[in-house]
Ligand binder design. Sequence first.
Ligand SMILES: NC(=O)c1ccc[n+]([C@@H]2O[C@H](COP(=O)([O-])OP(=O)(O)OC[C@H]3O[C@@H](n4cnc5c(N)ncnc54)[C@H](OP(=O)(O)O)[C@@H]3O)[C@@H](O)[C@H]2O)c1
Length: 230
Amino acid sequence: MTSETKLSICVVGGTGAEGGGLALRWAKAGHRVTIGSRDPAKAEAAAKALNELLGREALTGVASADGAAEAEVVVLTVPFAAQRSTLEGLKDTLAGKILVDVTVPLVPPKVARVQLPETDSCVVATQAFLGEGVRVVSAFQNVSAHKLKDLGHDAIDCDVLIAGDDKEARKVVAGLAADAGLRGVEVGPLANSVVAEALTSVLIWINRTYKVPDSGIRITGLPGGTPAAE
Ligand SMILES: NC(=O)c1ccc[n+]([C@@H]2O[C@H](COP(=O)([O-])OP(=O)(O)OC[C@H]3O[C@@H](n4cnc5c(N)ncnc54)[C@H](OP(=O)(O)O)[C@@H]3O)[C@@H](O)[C@H]2O)c1
């Protein structure tokens, strides 16, 4: 089910491919979206390029700390190597908010090989670092930026797994998945995020082996549309 209310969202790292794609789709769905960056000028340039794709002035670019302070939902889309340092700069700002962590613990150059960190899930590590005052939700690790940026297809042929310890926050993110044209499937507690995090390397391997740009996943056996979890 799509979101009932329009949210203010800051996509930290939205200057990159994945965050830019998510930001584009949420702006299209009517949410108030800012692109967050370490460099406000880079954020403004990224927002301008996304507005051109969208065909209207909807997105703005800001310093990540400013965007996160204003937003109800903050979305983290940075490389694994930058995950902790980025969160360190935002920790105080995130109190009381939902943080959607999209980070995949890829370790270049062997990105087609699952290499989980010592903590297993890097999103569980985010929750431990931020503490209980931030509702961390894991999602969107298995949808390619390429699919997100293609506004020619409203519905994306891919499910995303949504894990989080706070049920209400999971439902907000399920709505955001639907708003982005995806089927979001709730998969329970944040500990289950590790499956989505590991799956990305498998999909990269499939892409290379079968010579396709963006393989994805489908959960079978569910009723049609976006399933509502109890
Ligand atoms: N690309 C995909 O198709 C895809 C699919 C699924 C999941 N993911 C995951 O989503 C996340 C983002 O992917 P992406 O491809 O969009 O990444 P990206 O383009 O390499 O980086 C995104 C942004 O992160 C910031 N960043 C990069 N290196 C940094 C560093 N060393 N320190 C601090 N910030 C840094 C930059 O923002 P500023 O310079 O503006 O601060 C950059 O624009 C990753 O964890 C990735 O594994 C990606």
